[in-house]
Ligand binder design. Sequence first.
Ligand SMILES: [Zn+2]
Length: 79
Amino acid sequence: MQCLVCHHTMTNRSITLDLRVGEELIVIEEVPATVCENCGDHVFTPEVTRQVQATAKARKQVARTMVVPVFSYESLSVP
Ligand SMILES: [Zn+2]
């Protein structure tokens, strides 16, 4: 399969997906995807997409919770 963005060859591997759901950030690890190693674009099968959406909606079977630092670009001091 070729990347629709840069036409590089894509490979199948697992990725970590981070999604915004309302005010929350959720992370799903080990998601099977077809990934462009050149530009990072990725596609999922319809079944994986359905499972990811169901997981984001149901919020069950949480594997672990992690702390996420949040920065505001506005408040960064420029050296
Ligand atoms: Zn690409």
